[in-house]
Design a protein around this ligand. Structure first.
Ligand SMILES: [Zn+2]
Length: 204
């Protein structure tokens, strides 16, 4: 999938930016960037089932399971710049649970791709729904986008907040509020599907 063609492209990119790809500091840059991009997009080659399948357990437990403050790092597909922040996940089991340690790995599978935050949020929620058919699943992601912060677009410290609420979290405001309180969200966010605030511009 990756060939030396990628290094040639990066070398060309450096030259197009006005750099000298042969100067000492840049000689190995194409190799490093290729390795870096390969890692940052390794989610395309990861298999969700391999990540979680040996960690699905049948249990007699029907209370809300919450994993909060999961760090994630992803790449904005519009600018190829990082966006990163915290992800909070909750679900109410029906008959199955996912091993807790697998949940951050699931976030990595979808974060390590070119993404928009809304799709990333939905993919995580839908995957949990598909794999364990819970009573409900909720995912909230709060992120800083470097394409906004570094380019001085809008407020540099603004966060983009996205959420996906499925099943009981969509249908029951009480369940949703319990989750949002537990992750210390602000009252303004308790109205259901949360507004996406300060998303980066798509054009440009
Ligand atoms: Zn962007």
């Amino acid at each position: 999938m990756y060939t030396s063609g990628m290094r040639d492209l990066i070398r060309k990119l450096l030259a197009d930016l006005g750099e000298d790809p042969d100067r000492e500091g840049l000689v190995d840059t194409p190799k490093r960037v290729e390795a870096s991009l390969k890692f940052l997009t390794s989610g395309y080659r990861a298999e969700v089932d391999k990540v979680i399948n040996n960690a699905l357990f049948t249990v007699d437990y029907s209370e809300m399971v919450i994993v909060k403050d999961i760090d994630f790092f992803s790449m904005c597909e519009h600018h190829l710049l990082p966006f990163f922040g915290k992800c909070h996940i909750a679900y109410i089991p029906n008959t199955k649970v996912i091993g807790l340690s697998k949940i951050p790995r699931l976030v990595d599978v979808f974060s390590r791709r070119l993404q928009v935050q809304e799709r990333l949020t939905n993919q995580i929620a839908q995957t949990i729904e598909e794999k364990i058919q819970p009573v409900g699943v909720a995912v909230v992601m709060e992120a800083t986008h470097l394409c906004m912060a570094m380019r001085g677009v809008e407020k540099q410290r603004s966060f983009a907040v996205t959420s996906a609420m499925l099943g009981a979290f969509r249908n029951s405001s009480r369940t949703r509020m319990e989750f949002l309180e537990l992750i210390n969200q602000r009252p303004a966010m308790m109205g259901g599907m949360l507004p996406v605030t300060g998303m980066h511009p798509v054009e440009e």
